[in-house]
Design a protein around this ligand. Structure first.
Ligand code: TNX
Length: 473
């Protein structure tokens, strides 16, 4: 078998020669912004100018200014060289980490087999959404998720920060949001929230690994946490009770409440100030009790508020019925619904990220009776996440509107780190390959054989995973 990399690279040629041993005696040369991170990932010291001690091997990262995420990697005779633009070097490091940490017949753990790789992603947006509102997951948990994303070439972490059950991001102009609704969660647990410093630290941790964070404040529905913390947002003027259940569709902010627009200004201005990336996600999903006109007006207000912060809006698919600005990014999720309105918005220039529930909702149960997850979109085993072509999912979507794929992990039933990684693995590896690798290179049986070789790596790093019979059977 050739090397079991995931996602499968565009071109890969195992070559003759001994494996390269990476150790504390390996020397690393890298562009300044990457050096510290590369050194930490690989466990090798950075080469300092001047004295060069005798090294047993070398890793060289060369920035060639390329855009788009492609890179090439060669390893032979004690030297590993990765060439690419900034995004490509990040992906090359993930590939190198796999080559080193997989236990291969050609090269045991700790060594890199002789190989030449030329690799390039299919889609630019390769995302994962984590819901930290239903159950709170803090910095340490999210860093471990980011590590997995980097290993498999995902480059967008979408954080669902607010919902009916809790408000998880400190907003300096509205401290009551987290003081009150940072302490509630689904099932009645203690909750929690990210301080502005926590969030900034996470954004930096992700950026060091080539990953952009897109934060989401979900409006105008899924907002009981705001209604609980801020009485004036309620039509009655009285705070809504906390919500620790998992029903959806019941809460909403009202467009004609004079407290609403200043509230949106405050929270999105605060969020924009913490976010170096282009996008703020404003939600827009499942507002079941609001009329169409008010809903469209609300979405238009949200997109104006985002524009004033200098950012671009990302929105759940329902929002396609409203008038959207040219820089809007729509996230298709409901695989039980006609994608017609999203197709129409895409024909007007909107871009689309595909998150169809029956494929990439990683909170769906793997099979009937599975102890974690839901199944409104169906049971989703590894093959379901893998065996689809994003450009065939909604064939009426103009191909150039589809910028990528994003998995989603909602946490109504997910409460621990082990729960989280069990739902992610092995399906996240499947989604990563859908988003990265060319369709004609993808084959489920081949993928299953490759990803099987990753179980040891997951165990070594302490990630619980689902022993899918489709992969391990
Ligand atoms: C639908 S997906 C939701 C979430 C739930 C999820 C559970 C979306 C935009 N809304 O509120 O958590 O289903 O799978």
């Amino acid at each position: 078998m050739s090397l079991p990399l995931v996602p499968v690279p565009t071109e890969m040629t195992p070559t003759d020669g001994a494996p390269t041993v990476l150790s504390s005696a390996t020397l690393l040369t890298a562009p300044a912004e990457l050096a510290a991170h590369a050194s930490a990932v690989l466990g090798v010291p950075v080469q300092t100018e001047g004295g060069t001690p005798e090294a047993s091997s070398a890793v060289v990262l060369l920035d060639d200014g390329r855009t788009g995420g492609g890179y090439s990697l060669s390893a032979a005779a004690g030297r590993v060289e990765i060439t690419g633009g900034r995004a490509g070097l990040h992906r090359g490091l993930g590939t190198l980490a796999q080559l080193r940490d997989l236990d291969l017949p050609q090269a045991p753990v700790g060594t890199v087999p002789a190989v030449r790789i030329a690799d390039e992603p299919r889609f630019g947006h390769r995302g994962l959404m984590i819901d930290i509102a239903r159950h709170f997951f803090g910095v340490a948990s999210l860093e471990r998720v980011i590590d997995l994303m980097a290993l498999y070439g995902l480059n967008v972490l979408h954080l669902h920060l607010t919902d009916d059950q809790g408000w998880r991001i400190e907003s300096p102009s509205r401290p009551e949001l987290t003081e009150i609704s940072g302490r509630t969660e689904a099932g009645g647990g203690e909750g929690g929230f990210l301080t502005t410093a926590d969030f900034t630290g996470l954004v930096g941790y992700a950026a060091d690994r080539g990953i952009e964070v897109i934060p989401e404040i979900d409006m105008p529905g899924h907002c009981n946490a705001a209604l609980h913390a801020i009485p004036a947002l309620n039509e009655s003027g009285e705070a809504a009770p906390e919500n620790t259940g998992t029903d959806v569709g019941f809460s909403m902010l009202r467009l004609d409440n004079p407290a609403t627009a200043p509230f949106l200004d405050d929270v999105f201005t605060d969020l924009a100030a913490l976010t170096p990336g282009q996008y703020l996600h404003v939600g827009g999903d499942e507002v079941w009790k609001m009329g169409e006109e008010e809903y469209s007006g609300f979405i238009e207000l949200l997109t104006r508020v985002v524009a004033e912060t200098g950012k671009s809006p990302m929105l759940w698919g329902e929002a396609a019925v409203a008038g959207l600005p040219g820089d809007a990014l729509i996230q298709l999720w409901d695989s039980n619904k006609d994608p017609g309105p999203i197709v129409a918005a895409a024909e007007q220039g909107a871009k689309v990220v595909l998150s169809p529930g029956k494929r990439v909702y990683l909170d769906m149960q793997y099979h009937e009776g599975y102890p974690l997850g839901q199944h409104w979109a169906g049971y989703v085993e590894t093959r379901d996440s893998y065996e689809w072509d994003p450009l065939e999912y909604a064939p009426a979507l103009p191909a150039e509107s589809v910028v990528g794929v994003e998995a989603a992990l909602w946490t109504e039933t997910i409460a621990t780190d082990d729960d989280l990684s069990t739902m992610l693995l092995p399906r996240l590896a499947a989604v990563a390959e859908v988003a990265w690798s060319a369709q004609e290179q993808r084959d489920f049986d081949d993928f299953a054989a490759r990803v099987r070789a990753h179980a040891g790596l997951w165990r070594d790093r302490g990630y619980a995973f689902h022993e899918s019979p489709q992969v391990f059977g």
